[in-house]
Design a binder for this molecule. Sequence first.
Ligand code: OOG
Ligand code: MG
Length: 249
Amino acid sequence: MDVKTLAKELDEALLQKREIAPLTKTHGDFTLSEAYKIQEEGLTYRLGRGEKVVGYKMGLTSAAKREQMNLGQPIYGYLSDTMYVRGKLKVAEGVHPKIEPEIAFITNRELHGTITREQAFDALESVFPALEVLDSRFVGFKYFSLPDVVADNCSSWRFILGAPQKPRDPGGLQMRMSIDGKAVQEASSDAISGNPLESLVQLAALLPKPLPRGSIVLAGAATAAAMLAPGMKIELYIDELGSMSVETE
Ligand code: OOG
Ligand code: MG
């Protein structure tokens, strides 16, 4: 298993909008820590193209997501400035994108290592309703292993933030995602590890280096993701945090 070869294969698939077989199928098994090395190597290509890291995403923090992907533990990936969508979401720029309801934070201090939920709360600069758009590089977006997903930056592709809200406990909030006016997914924010603040606790513990102040953090989806097509309007309503929407083309 060569970290550079695998990272290059994923990066080319990303640039060419091409599906590839799961890396563990073509190159044999590798460990989760090797997978994070592939993820990091992949990031160097993107930094070389001028992208900047603006934060991190947590994934598989809800039982609904772990069941949808048949994978078992929370993982993280990076978010770059070019992944942040402010206008319409262009579905054709991806392979088979899916959207999911999340809560996001911006942090007001550096975080690293073991922190409590209270310390995570004190580190909130703002809280947002957020949508993550996933797009796996792997065929059919399924039947891959945890190391495959982590190497592929945890399927992260685009994200959208609603209006920033003052720091508040993000637990116990009802979340509803609708597509073209029809509710497609609904859950309490507690579906995210019991409280979305736990995602910040988990990220600080998992990251090998400090999480910088001012980072955007996606807490992970509260429900399974929904397939996207051009011409859709996706809305997310979260109690106390308000509504946001994005249109696809
Ligand atoms: C892995 C990424 C999971 C989440 O919010 O749970 C994720 C995947 O579903 O491909 O982003
Ligand atoms: Mg997600």
